[in-house]
Write a protein that binds this ligand. Structure first.
Ligand SMILES: *[C@@H]1O[C@H](CO)[C@@H](O)[C@H](O)[C@H]1NC(C)=O
Ligand SMILES: *[C@@H]1O[C@H](CO)[C@@H](O)[C@H](O)[C@H]1NC(C)=O
Ligand SMILES: *[C@@H]1O[C@H](CO)[C@@H](O)[C@H](O)[C@H]1NC(C)=O
Ligand SMILES: *[C@@H]1O[C@H](CO)[C@@H](O)[C@H](O)[C@H]1NC(C)=O
Length: 563
């Protein structure tokens, strides 16, 4: 389906994943922490913002005979006074004196003085001094949360994301994920770091085809792909003896030798000129395989050749526009995506694929009403296309939920049931309905639906992952969930969804090393930078927790499995 590749090795569009894993899988660990908080009914507590300009203060009366420590404290108090007046340079010189006279063994006091001086430097935006002083404070008091958070902010100011993440992770762990500002910061930094790592990784990534099943499913998500129809039709003779070009690609497709397809298409395209019958077909097929393997730039070039050609069958053009639109969606070029869909709708107002695929994009964009209109049109044009029918059910169901229309909700749930009877050989129908029932906490029924989907598609690993998630939600049974997800990987070693989801579960169990390895595998399978960014955020969060827990000697945070 159009948006399928946007969720990596998983053929599920993002909205389905988000649905299944809640905020965790879809948005990243940082948000998940947040979600935990909101779940517990805690409102954002902005006290931390005030903390960030606060300094440690413990006023005392000046005694008659001062010990060095008392003198140091007096200097500190004077410094605090200046700080509160906004006289930061003066404050710094008092803190200097405090540090100078403070006896060496007074670790906690020294830490405070350094921390306070860092606060003054922070006001002056002298980031490297902030970092130095916080580091000194932390040498005296390793778990000094204020110094950690202040240093994190300084690292953020100079865009040193990696160090920033470690500090803010430490704050989160020390505060047991209750420090709202640190949570927000962790989320922000994870995104930056994820983006940076993804941009680096994408440069060296080699194109790689997804699993054979994934490829086949991709093509069947179009009801009117003229090139696919040619590929599977037995009318065009494959030819006798040596075949070459598009016909060779056709043979490769039939025998599932998918890695031969791009070269065969290139042969057709290059040799062509006068005698080629299949140049547009070859361009379309090559572009699809380039898209599937993550060769986006080359895919876009082939798409362009087709769209700009004057002698091209209109159905191929429309199909190409849809494919390019979905690629733009994956690459976060929303405007170009919608433009292509608009062009496709203009060229092929009667082609249901246009509306079916645009409906999915609209759902992803949370434009439920527009999605419903598109699905309606798609089903009107092609009432027997199961995937479109069931996605319409789903969009209608979502809409009924949002608008709290109970009558419609009941109607649509029974429509779903009917769809499972009508399209009893389409796994997607069962999986989507299963997700709806999971959401409605009808777990036993949902599991039956997943089992039925597995009967129809025993090779489909993503269904096993959904079953695993169901075990977690239903029974809190981590062991069984993990088993099912491992089975998914055994079944399809290219199932990105399985690696990612299992990784998230392992983070929750505190198996950080295992989780990092799983995220790495998912990254190797991701096809777009957006997916990679998300996966790197997960991985970076796990690595940072690993580093911090080791360094500070606190156990990894064992969070309740509530995905
Ligand atoms: C916010 O947290 C601070 C200390 O952490 C506490 O004193 C304050 O009452 C909290 N405010 C709210 C609105 O919960
Ligand atoms: C096909 O043609 C393109 C452009 O003319 C060229 O860059 C490419 O190397 C050729 N490929 C083969 C396999 O001949
Ligand atoms: C959902 O319910 C509404 C209102 O009852 C109905 O108009 C719509 O066709 C239903 N959707 C599906 C997919 O049957
Ligand atoms: C697995 O099943 C889901 C749900 O039916 C479907 O969306 C996906 O395309 C299938 N994957 C493969 C590889 O067939």
């Amino acid at each position: 389906m159009a948006t399928s590749s946007s969720s990596g090795g998983s053929p599920f569009p993002k909205w389905q994943i988000a649905l299944a894993v809640g905020a965790t899988g879809a948005i990243g660990l940082g948000y998940w922490y947040l979600r935990q908080q909101y779940k517990e009914g805690k409102k954002a507590n902005l006290t931390g913002i005030k903390n960030s300009i606060s300094i440690d203060d413990a006023s005392q009366d000046t005694p008659i005979t001062e010990t060095p420590l008392q003198l140091a404290q007096r200097f500190k108090n004077e410094g605090n006074l200046q700080f509160k007046k906004g006289k930061y340079d003066e404050a710094i010189s008092f803190y200097n004196k405090a540090i100078e006279v403070c006896p060496e063994g007074q670790k906690l006091d020294l830490a405070t003085f350094y921390q306070n001086r860092a606060a003054a430097y922070e006001q002056l935006k002298k980031w490297s001094s902030v970092i130095t002083d916080c580091t000194k404070a932390l040498e005296q008091n390793q778990k000094y949360e204020k110094a950690l958070f202040r240093r994190a902010k300084a690292y953020e100011a100079i865009k040193d994301w990696e160090n920033c993440l470690d500090d803010v992770t430490a704050v989160c762990l020390i505060q047991n994920f209750q420090h709202q500002n640190a949570l927000v910061m962790a989320d922000r930094v994870l995104k930056e770091l994820g983006k940076q790592h993804a941009a680096e990784a994408i440069k060296v990534r080699k194109p790689r085809l997804p699993s054979n099943q994934f490829i086949k499913t991709y093509f069947t998500s179009f009801s009117e792909d003229p090139v696919y129809k040619k590929l599977i039709s037995t009318e065009e003779p494959i030819g006798e003896g040596d075949v070459s070009g598009f016909l060779k690609a056709k043979l490769a497709f039939a025998t599932e030798n998918f890695e031969e397809i791009i070269p065969a298409c290139t042969e057709e395209i290059n040799s062509s000129e006068s005698e080629s019958h299949f140049i547009m077909e070859a361009l379309s097929l090559r572009a699809s395989f380039l898209l599937l393997s993550g060769g986006h730039k080359d895919a876009l070039e082939d798409f362009k050749s087709i769209i700009e050609a004057t002698n091209c069958d209109v159905k191929i053009k429309v199909n190409t526009l849809i494919k390019r639109a979905s690629l733009h969606m994956q690459l976060d070029n929303i405007e170009e995506c919608l433009e292509d869909f608009a062009k496709a709708a203009e060229l092929g107002p009667d082609i249901s694929d246009v509306f079916h695929h645009r409906g999915q994009v609209k759902l992803l964009m949370d434009k439920t009403e527009e999605a419903r209109q598109d699905f309606s049109r798609a089903v009107e044009l092609n009432p027997d296309f199961a995937i479109a029918v069931v996605q319409k059910c789903y969009a209608d169901y979502r809409y009924a939920m949002i608008s709290q229309n109970v009558a419609m909700l009941m109607q649509n749930i029974s429509d779903f049931k009917k769809a499972t009877e009508r399209f009893s050989s389409c796994a997607e129908v069962f999986v989507l309905y299963g997700q709806v029932l999971t959401e409605r906490q009808e777990f036993a029924e949902a599991d039956k639906l997943y089992l039925k989907a597995l009967e129809i598609e025993p090779y489909n690993a993503t269904v096993l992952v959904h079953r695993g998630l169901l075990q977690l939600q239903w029974k809190g049974n981590i062991e069984q969930a993990v088993e099912l997800m491992k089975d998914a990987i055994k079944l399809d070693e290219k199932c990105e969804f399985a690696y990612e989801t299992l990784g998230t579960v392992e983070v929750q169990r505190g198996n950080l090393v295992v989780a990092v390895d799983l995220f790495d595998k998912a990254i190797g399978l991701a096809r777009t930078e957006t997916e990679m960014t998300h996966l790197f955020s997960l991985k970076d969060a796990a690595i940072s927790q690993l580093k911090v827990t080791t360094k500070l000697g606190i156990g990894p945070q064992l969070l309740k499995p509530n995905i």
